[in-house]
Ligand binder design. Structure first.
Ligand code: ATP
Ligand code: MG
Length: 364
């Protein structure tokens, strides 16, 4: 069986470090490993509209931002198909058919959706499209017969939902859809990178992000004002590393060579943590170290982005070509789905013959 990746992001803002460690970095590695037959990377504008119906301009403005972020982290349009969800209308049709295979109660149980509903303050006025976006994600994944979906931990309930729909579809209509697997980050901290405010998740909606396109000065300012241990007031005070966002980021980004290069007086991260816990190590020193480490990741991304920013027409052309390729693949799957569901009347000669004979015989 082919190995196929489908993954994507909502164009609700520029991409941030959470996206990078949770999904983007892995995508680029997988792309360059040459182990996958096809890679589809989707800008999920239709999904973004499920909770931004009244703000289409936001979605429209951010498509190019996400595309620039993709290209600047190393997603390569000659190796991966970059496309826009709404440009592949077959996905909507699949969503409609799949929605018959899911109950409302099941959708309401989804823990990520529950958290997002709360975060967005929908109360009982939940847009139907928002509650059902996991069905549309299933359409996205299965349209490309994806076997692997690299994503952060918040996507686990979506993948479970997708697997259920795939199994139900195949049970009822015969083996048609491919069951995908989620590929989570291997580093525990990267499953869900916290925000600079220490909140559980760095998220565009929470405004607690370090963006991949932030300049050096912005990164410095954001790190210097990051949440640490509120009880660590004087340098000599003992400090906590659990729940301390600066140390969580070091868990995600620091490597042994960073200590050799920037902080040779500490053997490794454990030694640094021990000193902080004992007292006598100030936040500023740790933050300055983190800035240097983040810059190693962010500087080349920024530079690459500046190059692509000079060729916006070219970026739109990449998305247009990618959307055409994606549509051809999705159309093929949609045909298979409709044939399995017996809604391919005009392609079914046997059906037409059967009905014609039925009435001929009736008239005899
Ligand atoms: P929004 O607030 O609009 O939902 P978001 O910041 O949550 O935006 P998404 O576009 O929903 O971003 O997520 C895209 C991908 O990035 C998903 O695979 C998700 O798991 C991953 N991701 C997003 N935020 C984080 C994070 N803080 N840590 C790890 N992975 C993340
Ligand atoms: Mg999200």
């Amino acid at each position: 069986m082919s190995k196929i990746i489908l993954t994507g992001d909502r164009p609700t803002g520029r991409l941030h470090l959470g996206h990078y460690v949770g999904s983007l970095k892995r995508r680029v590695e997988l792309q360059n490993s040459g182990e996958y037959d096809k890679i589809f990377i989707m800008i999920a504008d239709a999904q973004a509209l499920t909770d931004n119906a009244d703000n289409p301009e936001k979605v429209r403005q951010n498509i190019i931002e996400v595309a620039l972020d993709y290209l600047s982290v190393g997603l390569d349009p000659t190796k991966s198909t970059l496309f826009i969800q709404s440009m592949v209308p077959e996905l909507t049709e699949l969503t409609f058919y799949y929605s018959n295979l899911v109950t409302l109660a099941r959708l309401e149980r989804n823990p990520t959706i529950k958290a997002e509903i709360q975060l967005r303050g929908f109360g009982s006025s939940i847009p139907a499209g928002f509650l059902t976006y996991p069905i549309s994600q299933t359409a996205d994944i299965t349209a490309f017969k994806a076997t692997t979906v690299p994503a952060g931990e918040d996507q686990m309930p979506m993948l479970e939902q997708c697997q259920e729909i795939v199994n139900r579809f195949n049970n009822i209509y015969g083996e048609t859809l491919v069951e995908p697997k989620i590929m989570l980050p291997s580093n525990q901290t990267c499953l869900r990178l916290p925000g600079t405010d220490g909140k559980a998740k760095m998220s565009k909606s929470l405004g607690n992000c370090i963006y991949l396109s932030d300049d050096e000065k912005e990164v410095k300012t954001k790190v210097m004002s990051m949440y640490t241990d509120p009880d660590h007031i004087r340098v000599e005070d003992p400090g906590k590393v659990e729940g301390n966002a600066v140390f969580t980021y070091l868990d995600a980004f620091s490597r042994p060579e960073h200590f050799e290069k920037y902080l040779p007086e500490y053997e490794n991260l454990d030694a640094l943590k021990d000193h902080y816990k004992r007292g006598g190590l100030g936040d500023v020193k740790v933050k300055k170290f983190l800035i240097k480490i983040l810059e190693e990741t962010l500087a080349p991304i920024r530079e690459e982005r500046h190059k692509w920013e000079q060729n916006i027409e070219g970026v739109y052309e990449i998305l247009k070509k990618g959307s055409e390729v994606a549509e051809a693949v999705a159309a093929q799957t949609l045909n298979e789905v409709k044939a399995a569901m017996k809604i391919n009347y005009f392609d079914d000669d046997a059906l037409i013959r059967e009905h014609s004979e039925k009435y001929k015989n009736a008239q005899k």
